[in-house]
Design a protein around this ligand. Structure first.
Ligand code: AMP
Length: 180
């Protein structure tokens, strides 16, 4: 039973598969006794995930900067909503609160969060597992690009291997849990 941080889209994407994956992951997190830590929004996949955790009887903690709360994008039904001053504080809080990290499909906000936490691991600032959900082949081009980055000598094979990936929420959670 751990706190797991999930980065994911503030938009729903254009296929119901993405929403289904978020709901499946949220239901599994609750069933396995994990607490969700995430960005605290009620919009897009973020809201779907948090609602699935809560609907299944689990705990969901949101971490949101004041300026986003004021834009009325916060989910006010969470177990806890931690308000912070800015985006930097938010990412540091999400990281320190969590024992592992998962990226679902999303946009540049999700990519930025995933790459930052991966870089912090690569620099030895933490030793926590991280992985992405390659649902609907969403992340396949990125995985190819990362392997290309290794081939071209800009990324070490060991660092590349730090980023887990799986095609179903259940397989991804198994892989993350094995490293907790
Ligand atoms: P994106 O993938 O660009 O939709 O951004 C989503 C990620 O960035 C989430 O994991 C959040 O932590 C953060 N984020 C971006 N936009 C918002 C928002 N409106 N409310 C809360 N968090 C957001």
């Amino acid at each position: 039973m751990s706190r797991l941080c999930v980065y994911l889209g503030s938009r729903p994407g254009n296929s119901p598969i993405f929403r289904q994956a978020a709901v499946e992951l949220g239901t599994l997190l609750a069933a396995r006794g994990h607490t969700l830590v995430y960005g605290g929004a009620r919009i897009g996949l973020m809201g779907d995930l948090a609602n699935a955790v809560l609907d299944a009887g689990g705990d969901a903690i949101g971490v949101m900067p004041d300026h986003l709360v004021e834009r009325e994008q916060a989910h006010f039904g969470l177990t806890e909503l931690i308000r912070v001053g800015n985006m930097h504080e938010r990412k540091a809080t999400m990281a320190s609160q969590s024992e592992g990290f998962i990226a679902l499909p999303g946009g540049i906000g999700t990519f930025e969060e995933l790459f930052e936490i991966w870089t912090w691991g690569y620099l030895g600032l933490h030793d926590k597992p991280l992985g992405l959900l390659n649902i609907n082949d969403f992340y396949s081009p990125l995985l190819t690009f990362l392997d290309n980055t290794v081939s071209h000598g800009f990324l070490g094979a060991t660092t590349r291997e730090m980023l887990l990936d799986a095609e179903t929420p259940s397989d991804l959670l198994d892989a993350i849990q094995a490293q907790l």
